[in-house]
Design a protein around this ligand. Structure first.
Ligand code: MLT
Length: 390
């Protein structure tokens, strides 16, 4: 049963490893508070659930769904973009349903990378950009995201021969794990770079709706030229508290969408139609729930920022996302600090190096836990760990 080389050095997914640590601690009787994975604790809104319950009773929905997704779902996505950012999309050619955006992100590499081709991958970054590249036989080239550059990649630092060989560039704003956001100037530069070197930009935007104090993140697709060079991955997961439902989409350049569809139709059989029908109601129905959600995350962000600041941390306040990205204290690595926190307090935070080598020296807190438990987590850190040096 010798495994293929492509998976021999493949580690279990970052959060599968974190889950194992949580299970071990729980087995020892620890009351674990997980600020690890970004998995909304609040329920999916009722009107979406009600629609699912209705749709699940329709036998038409029990059959294979369409490979590219129900046209009605793709139309709802197009309407969502029109309403949000005045972007006009052809739902038939420029939108595709995904089984959560993670799936599309992993599959896009199979569409464009030949053996040895390069994908430009942000670091720290969502692990699937690099892993999808490796599984396709490609080579991830790291674009460091540094605090001094606002956690934006420095495109001018990419060597000419690398740019020439690159086929894909992954970008993700609002950013996981750093919480950084990108402005139009940056996106315009990235689009010009992509045009110059014939690179496809895969922008991952699942956190675009979770923003604070009136800030409205840009969609990549609203930037002039974006539709010529790339696509945006998006998802119902974070906006509508639907991580478990597995539904997302890719939207943008029609040729890229078609290529992704060709791979996918040979590998999967689409998203259960009842879920797509419920998601349509989510996209087209009451959006006030998102403002309420952001209010809750804002309160939680305040608790974390104020709590850490009182202990001596200097932490950036993210304009968007469900994360806080903070430096580990002096004398610790990402791993040793997260281990200390778990051991002494039962609180799980994610080590920054799980998102790549440039995440070393940081840890990430996810705000997806009840406000009460979040307060408790901060109190435990204060009581059991006290002050640190930075
Ligand atoms: C995260 O916590 O980084 C994401 O929620 C993980 C994921 O989407 O798989």
């Amino acid at each position: 049963m010798e495994e293929a080389q492509r998976i021999q050095s493949l580690p279990p997914y970052l959060f599968a490893r974190v889950d194992e640590k949580i299970a071990n601690a729980k087995a020892k009787g620890v009351d674990v508070i997980s600020l690890g994975i970004g998995d909304p604790d609040l329920p999916t809104p009722d009107h979406i659930i009600d629609e699912l319950v209705k749709a699940v009773r329709n036998p038409e929905n029990h059959r294979y769904p369409s490979y590219v997704g129900m046209l009605e779902f793709r139309q709802a996505v197009a309407e969502w973009y029109k309403r949000r950012s005045n972007i006009v999309l052809d739902p038939k050619k420029e939108v595709m349903t995904l089984i959560g955006s993670k799936e599309g992100i992993a599959h896009i590499a199979l569409c464009y990378l030949n053996q040895g081709d390069i994908a430009l991958v942000p670091d720290p970054g969502y692990p699937v950009y690099g892993i999808g590249t490796l599984l396709a036989g490609g080579v991830p080239y790291t674009m460091p995201l540094r605090a001094e550059n606002g956690f934006l990649p420095d495109l001018e630092a990419i060597p000419e021969e690398i740019a020439q060989k690159a086929k894909l560039m992954f970008l993700n704003y609002p950013n996981n794990p750093t919480g950084a956001v990108a402005d139009k100037t940056f996106y315009l530069k990235a689009i010009a770079f992509a045009k110059k070197y014939d690179i496809i930009i895969c922008h991952d935007g699942p956190y675009s709706e979770i923003a604070f104090k009136g800030f409205k993140p840009l969609s990549f697709l609203e930037i002039p030229g974006a539709m010529e060079v790339g696509i945006e991955f998006h998802s119902m997961s974070k906006t509508y508290n639907m991580t478990g439902w597995r539904i997302g989409w890719a939207a943008g350049n029609a040729r890229v969408i078609e290529a992704l569809g060709r791979i996918k139709s040979n590998i999967d059989s689409g998203v259960f139609q009842a879920i797509q029908e419920a998601a349509i109601v989510g996209l087209l129905g009451n959006q006030e729930i998102i403002a309420e959600l952001c209010k809750i995350y804002q309160e939680r962000q305040d608790i974390v920022i104020e709590g850490l600041t009182a202990l001596g941390w200097s932490v950036e306040r993210p304009k968007a996302t469900i994360y806080v990205w903070a430096k580990v204290p002096k004398g610790y690595t990402s791993t040793s600090f997260c281990e200390l926190v778990l051991e002494k307090t039962g609180v799980v935070v994610t080590p920054g190096n799980g998102y790549g080598e440039y995440g070393e020296g940081y840890f990430r807190i996810s705000l997806t836990i009840s406000t009460e438990r979040l307060r408790e987590a901060l109190a435990r850190i204060k009581d059991s760990l006290g002050n640190f040096e930075f």
